[in-house]
Design a protein. Structure first.
Length: 206
């Protein structure tokens, strides 16, 4: 996982959108696992791609070898409503929902609202796993700049997430994961135009 070590308030870096470019980077470094944190609006991306007759970013990420998408939503009524809309769009487009992991992230102290619990129960039969990420005041203030000060339950939830992602990959492709050929080098033109085909390399991508 790459990080720019910027302050929590800084905007995202200007980085390539093409998932194949990131998979190419993974192959160059010979990494076995890559965590890609994307911020594109998933449901809108799927609908827009269908309207234009193109393959969107969501489909491109899902098409990469050994890719396990992780869908995140806050533990609120509006959060799970947006998540359910995204799930409907994923299902309609035929993307691998059963391979995906859902993480419901608490945005504050207190109990999980009943509507969130009900949504989680309904999703459990549709996705690979549904997990809860507890609220951690340290992350709210400092991000991950000082990981040693994370709450114990946060670390446990993170470990559970890693295990769920790996389990999903192994159920889909086998245990151990099979090797894959190293992709050819992508040209700048191919990356900029997002016309490059998905690359192949061993690893788990989320």
């Amino acid at each position: 996982m790459l990080t720019d070590h910027q302050d929590w308030s800084h905007g995202p870096l200007d980085l390539p959108n093409d998932p194949a470019a990131w998979y190419q980077l993974a192959a160059t470094g010979a990494w076995q696992a890559v965590v890609a944190d994307t911020c594109h609006p998933l449901a809108h991306d799927i609908v827009a791609a269908r309207t234009k007759g193109q393959r969107g970013l969501t489909a491109a990420w899902c098409a990469l070898p050994f890719a396990v998408p992780v869908l995140c939503a806050p533990t609120s009524g509006t959060g799970v409503a947006a998540l359910q809309t995204a799930v409907k769009a994923i299902t309609a487009e035929g993307l691998p929902l059963q391979r995906m992991v859902v993480v419901l992230t608490a945005t504050g102290e207190g109990r999980t609202p009943p509507v969130v619990k009900a949504a989680a129960t309904m999703l459990e039969s549709q996705v690979s796993a549904v997990l809860q990420m507890p609220f951690d005041p340290h992350i709210r203030v400092h991000g991950l700049s000082d990981a040693d000060r994370l709450a114990r339950q946060t670390v446990a939830a993170g470990s559970a997430l890693v295990s769920a992602v790996l389990a999903s990959a192994q159920r889909t492709w086998g245990d151990p994961l099979p090797p894959a050929p190293v992709p050819a080098v992508l040209s700048r033109t191919a990356v900029d135009s997002r016309s490059a085909r998905p690359a192949h390399h061993e690893g788990v991508l989320t």
